[in-house]
Design a binder for this molecule. Sequence first.
Ligand code: HPA
Length: 271
Amino acid sequence: MTKLGEMLKETTAFLKEKGVGEVDFGLILGSGLGELADEVEDAIAIPFSEVPHFAVSTVVGHAGKLVYGTLSGKKVLAMQGRFHYYEGHSMQKVTYPVRVMAAMGAHSLVVTNAAGGVNENFTPGNLMLITDHINFTGDNPLIGENDEAMGPRFPDMSHAYTPAYFEIAKKVAKEQNVPLQEGVYMGYSGPTYETPAEIRMSRVMGADAVGMSTVSEVIVAAHSGLKVLGISCITNLAAGMQSSLNHAEVVETTERVKAQFKELIKATLAE
Ligand code: HPA
């Protein structure tokens, strides 16, 4: 067995010991969006720090635990908080939890984040369905030897975000009267916010939103054969489109729209 296979064996054995059973959906809850995990029924919560082979997350607004249980009638394994590349973790470390979700039997990943709006039609507080991404991090979690048991050497990214899930999310948003934008998420490494020139470049390249997460996780999800639903919370307009940027604003905006966000995800999961 490969090193990765050995690690997953240890992590999944640990989780099963803790009472984690079958998983339908993996959930990654980004900056300020972790409260959804508090609504998981019959929850088993495990701090990341206790999980074998997990890194330790350090960002304000990220609680840092795994929550297993039932949400909207589905078995979910949720990450309240996530690991970021800018924290100094390798992309393999950042995406290891997605490997764990797949190893626990998840068929789908719901990935969420806070993002800056690049599309001029967006306003802070909008939710955006991620239809595709641009990996602009300069790295890729699949670089290195490929474990054929996990997935192919050259994964197809043509449908990394599952089109069938777009329709469900859009229908639910309409029913809930939540304006749901859609677009392309461009992933930067961070931790700096982008410069105005980088944002102009991003727009020309086809980005609608920018952020510091998600793309590596979705690459591993694609490698693992997971279906993906991605939702961004547009917390601010990107650099050059407003006077300045700060993390407090990102947290404030997620606070403001988290109720909408939670209802959208829950109803989409139910469907
Ligand atoms: N840029 C990058 N990441 C972000 C932003 C942004 O403007 N807002 C929230 N996360």
